[in-house]
Design a protein around this ligand. Structure first.
Ligand code: SAM
Length: 282
């Protein structure tokens, strides 16, 4: 029998999903993990009642978090992913042949093990890739003591509640910046500005203090309700955000990747902000 499941992330607004079948409902050491099947989104993963990813729209989020900074950078070899236990981001990152090493720091081994078993349509074989170094640890501790330098750092975190809260602090951003190689880029999932404006304001205030170039870009992911979601961008190399269409098209062709959402025109357009978002990061 089907039932409705509400996402309880926001205080004054809820979205509900018809759950045709509950496939999993259990608590890990860190969070409650539920997987159910929905007629529109396919398998839906929630952690502590917040939607993390769905089979049908994950490509939008993961492509925009992976390919946009990788192609803007142009010569990425080493990537640090913080969070991202479902493996969808890892899978997109590893599509780039130029990438020699990915370190993924995920706090919850339970999410990784679960995703390999139940979300293989999203992570595919990514967790078996020899280029991956998977570290089970708190991202904030990892960046504080990390001696390695990465071309890009991607933060695929839960929202700023529970274990993900530390990944939205100035301490984390400062230490994450120290993990970047010269010309490196930090990109973060920064919530839905219409509903989580303070989160974006706070992150961009910190980015402006830490980086020569701070910005955000947008993509609409249907299961993250409330309008487009924001990705924070920080780099000391402002040219990474000024790469033109022709160069991006060349890099995209050379990469050989096949995408359902990302393309170079969308890449450039994603940095155009509606006024209500631009005002949040003034
Ligand atoms: N795309 C999702 C979103 O926008 O909500 C995020 C998906 S991914 C499943 C989020 C991952 O971040 C989870 O697997 C969670 O365990 C991990 N995480 C949360 N806090 C963390 C921390 N402090 N260090 C490392 N990983 C963390």
């Amino acid at each position: 029998m089907s039932r409705w499941i509400d996402e309880t992330l926001h205080p004054h607004f809820r979205q509900g999903f018809k759950a045709d079948r509950i496939l999993f409902d259990s608590a890990t050491e860190h969070q409650r993990l539920v997987l159910f099947e929905n007629g529109t989104f396919g398998r839906v993963l929630t952690l502590d009642s917040v939607v993390q990813t769905t089979e049908q729209d994950e490509f939008i989020y993961h492509e925009m978090l992976a390919h946009l900074p990788i192609l803007a950078h142009g010569a990425v070899e080493k990537v640090l992913i913080v969070g991202g236990g479902d493996g969808g981001l890892l899978e997109e990152v590893l599509k780039h042949r130029s990438i020699e090493k990915v370190t993924q720091v995920e706090i919850d081994a339970g999410v990784v093990e679960f995703s390999k078993q139940y979300l293989a349509s999203i992570c595919r074989e990514a967790y078996d890739d020899p280029r991956l170094d998977l570290v089970i640890a708190d991202g904030v501790d990892f960046v504080a003591s990390c001696a390695e330098r990465y071309d890009i750092v991607l933060v695929d975190s839960t929202d700023p509640i529970g274990p993900g809260e530390v990944l939205f602090t100035d301490t984390f951003y400062g230490k994450a910046k120290n993990c970047l190689a010269p010309g490196g880029i930090l990109v973060t999932q920064n919530g839905v500005p219409f509903l989580q404006g303070a989160e974006l304001t706070n992150s961009l205030r910190a980015f402006k203090a830490f980086f020569a170039d701070a910005a955000c870009y947008l993509a609409t992911v249907p299961s993250y309700a409330g309008g487009p979601m924001a990705f924070g961008w920080g780099s000391d190399d402002a040219t990474k955000r000024q790469v033109g269409l022709e160069t991006l098209e060349q890099r995209y062709r050379d990469s050989g990747i096949d995408t359902g959402y990302y393309n170079p025109a969308v890449h450039l357009a994603a940095f155009a902000l509606p006024n209500y978002v631009a005002e949040l990061i003034l």
